[in-house]
Design a protein around this ligand. Sequence first.
Ligand code: RIB
Ligand code: CA
Length: 324
Amino acid sequence: MKKKVIIDCDPGIDDSLALILALNSPELEIVGITTVSGNVKADQGAKNALKVLKIMNREDIPVYIGEEVPLERELITAQDTHGEDGLGETNYEEADVKINYGGVDFILENSRKGDISVIALGPLTNLAKAIERDEEGFNMINEIVSMGGAFRSHGNCSQVAEFNYWVDPHGVKEVFDRSKVPFSMVGLDVTREIILTPNLIELIKQIGGDIANFIVDITRFYVDFHWNQERTLGCVINDPLAVAYFIDRTLCDGFTSYLDIVTDGKAIGQTLVDVGNFYRKEHNGRILTKVDSKRFMKMFLERIFPESKNDIAIVLNNSKYGVN
Ligand code: RIB
Ligand code: CA
């Protein structure tokens, strides 16, 4: 049975890789894509999502623009990381497909139909607005898997805050406090283990083809950012792990806890994971702390390039290529 999902995202380079993985995953029926302002503004994110759908020949999947600004904070985008266009300044041709507005309504229309899950790859502004607009309808969502937050891992926007949750901490608080939907937090504790290394990028280049070339093109800017920003060689691809975990729960391990978030001051955007049960509150989420990064990478590459399984094995299984 396929699982019906809405992918709520801010494409974004790693969002785009996550969409490519999702589109190559037979377990998923992607009912639609909603965009939210984060890496880039929601309207640019929608154009980028359509560029991915065009390359994947899946322009049948509708794209809806969601919230343009966070609940309370001024919008801060991440074009230093993802490029002005959000796709590594590759300026791929835009799809000539109508872009819809009404991302939040699209989420609620589908939640009320029942049997829908949401994979959230950006700030949670759309989900927060959906709760505010129709809490009962929102709570009919089967499950939310969200890339965001950090527990024991340091932040990527401050010492303690991860970007998606830092952009709109008030949106995260709405979801943490009011949602009754099973929630999994795929945070930096696990996504930092997922590195598309230069060897893996070269493998993709050698595999070749339009999709391979697109991935190589859009990750170039992202690799430069990672080296300049944090001396990571390659690039951390956060969002595809949320898609992979939605499909295969054995990829990651973690625990349930009461989750809260800091919404002001120096630590704004910090995820508070109540491991000591100090709040004595009901657990409102599962936080993931371990990942089988090699098995993820095998899944990611084999699903996108199924005809290259032997070549993928050569690189993944040979320690001289330095893939953990
Ligand atoms: O912190 C990483 C997350 O923020 C990823 O989802 C990336 O695409 C950005 O949205
Ligand atoms: Ca994202």
